[in-house]
Design a protein around this ligand. Structure first.
Ligand code: ADP
Length: 498
């Protein structure tokens, strides 16, 4: 550890993974193995329909607590930390007072839809925003949330005009607190989720700031995801002087942690929804298929770009089978049930409960189950629900291939539903590429640790490559004709849902 007075080399990296439902700390040893973990749930506030908030002070407190717990479990002194990496729920927006360091509002969480009206009013700017930022104009992103706060709270607007406030996504907020209020910065992946950043130059874009009415003085400095962000002050269990050298938004951290650093490499996270990202290298690919372009990290942690698409209802379809229909008792048993039949008997389930996302973008579409016969049973429906997750993911992968011209060679996977071996094998068959499930499933935290490790010289690019090992590889077994026929069946079901 450079600049340290300790003679013993620091042997551990701390990753802080601040997610929507909770905060996690994981300590990684030099070989990249997780040696201790701690987790705390986070209170969700729903002050009005469609609104979702977090308490920034609780985010901070929970962070210190999980760091303390993880260190205690590993019986490690904080001085043994080589560096800190941060990964976080993206787009969630915090404003705080620069002098007191206190938030002036609860964090507006990415899921919050309060800015829908504001986005509608600005609709005519969408093509322009898309060209500059790579994003679609949607309440999801941070810029509209900041604009909303400035428009709805005169005290906040005044303080902002006087330069007294700081804006940050959760990474910036944690960095500010970790450094004792010394550093107001963010990384390029988080910055690319604001609708305020010019994607290709990684700079805040003043015409857009003007359009949203956001003063430049609010904004953090934008830095590469791997490199020196600052050093810790003495806070909670942490001593002064530990470098913070890696920051990335959760999906980009997972992309990096999965080793998707060459153009065309992709990962899919199967959770409540699915998040697909494809690395596109040093040039952003602006897509017309409803995919978004976003900042990501290249092999050496330096800025690169990715295409991103999401499936709104992924594992949530399985929750619906359990809680809505009472068809199953647990998500885990779907694997056995799906395997008990040879196929779905022609049944398709399109879980468009909240409309269809990329590549269709039809919010008014609704779900359907089609192809029912007298012979359709519970197992066929369960199987159709699992297959529906894979079909939706495959549509996104195809849209990404079309947009980039890259041919997918394998798919890295993570998230809660990858435990389902049937789903993984079906995805491999349908996509025609090996589906690779890693041994270390905390790919988000691992990615943040790796970025920090690279940034502080704890690991080399070669070290990172050695850390990536597969738990299981699902090989594709279908002919191209069979894949095409399966997709054609799905597409005709989708047409009915539209
Ligand atoms: P999130 O991070 O979005 O909360 P997780 O990554 O924890 O989600 O994954 C949970 C989701 O995965 C749930 O929607 C659940 O239905 C689904 N899931 C969990 N285990 C299985 C399984 N064995 N088969 C299919 N789906 C599963």
């Amino acid at each position: 550890m450079r600049g340290s007075s300790s003679l013993k080399p620091a042997l551990t990296l701390l990753a802080i993974d601040q997610g929507t439902t909770g905060t996690r700390a994981i300590l990684f040893d030099r070989s990249g193995r997780p040696v201790a973990r701690a987790y705390r749930e986070l209170t969700q506030h729903f002050p009005k329909p469609g609104w979702v908030e977090h308490d920034p002070e609780e985010i901070w407190r929970s962070t210190l607590l999980v760091v303390r717990d993880a260190l205690a479990k590993a019986r490690l002194r904080a001085a043994a930390l080589a560096a800190v990496g941060i990964t976080n729920q993206r787009e969630t927006t915090i404003l705080w007072d620069r002098r007191s360091g206190r938030p002036v509002h609860r964090a507006i969480v990415w899921q919050d839809r309060r800015t829908a009206e504001l986005c509608r009013q600005m609709k005519s700017l969408e093509p322009y925003l898309q060209r500059v930022t790579g994003l679609v104009l949607d309440p999801y992103f941070s810029g509209p949330k900041v604009a909303w706060l400035l428009r709805h709270d005169p005290a906040i607007a005044r303080a902002a005009r006087q330069g007294r406030l700081a804006f940050g996504t959760v990474d910036s907020w944690l960095l500010w607190r970790l450094t004792g209020g010394k550093v107001h910065a963010t990384d390029v992946t988080n910055a690319s989720r604001t609708l305020l950043l010019e994607l290709k130059s990684s700079r805040w874009y003043s015409p857009i700031l003007k359009a949203f009415g956001i003063p430049q003085s609010l904004l953090p400095e934008v830095l590469p995801s791997s490199g020196r962000f600052g050093v810790t002050a003495k806070v909670g269990p942490l001593p002064a002087g530990i470098p913070v050298t890696g920051i990335a938004g959760d999906q980009q951290a997972a992309l990096f942690g999965q080793g998707c650093v060459e153009p065309g490499e992709a990962k899919n996270t199967y959770g409540t929804g699915c998040f697909l990202l494809m690395q596109t290298g040093t040039k952003p690919v602006l897509s017309s298929h409803g995919l978004i372009a976003t900042a990501a990290c290249g092999a050496d942690g330096r800025p690169a770009f990715a295409l991103e698409g999401s499936v709104f209802i992924g594992g949530a379809a399985i929750q619906w089978l359990r809680d809505g229909l009472g068809l199953i008792r647990s998500a885990a048993e779907t694997e056995r049930i799906a395997r008990s039949v040879a196929d779905t008997g022609g049944v398709y389930m399109v879980p468009a409960f909240v409309g269809l996302g990329a590549p269709y973008w039809r919010p008014e579409a609704r779900g359907l189950i089609c192809g029912l016969t007298r012979g359709t049973g519970r197992a066929h429906l369960v199987r159709a629900a699992l297959e529906g997750i894979a079909y939706q993911s495959q549509e996104l992968l195809q849209a990404m291939e079309r947009a980039t011209g890259f041919k997918l060679r394998s798919l890295k996977v993570d998230g809660g539903a990858v435990k389902n071996n049937f789903l993984m094998k079906f995805q491999a068959d349908l996509s025609g590429v090996p589906v690779i499930r890693p041994r270390i499933i905390e790919t988000t935290a691992l990615g943040a640790a790796q970025l920090a490790g690279l940034g502080v010289g704890f690991w080399s690019v070669k070290d990172l490559a050695r850390m990536r090992s597969a738990d299981r590889i699902f090989r594709p077994g279908w002919s191209a004709a069979r894949r095409r026929a399966a997709m054609a069946g799905w597409t005709s079901a989708i047409r009915r849902a539209l």
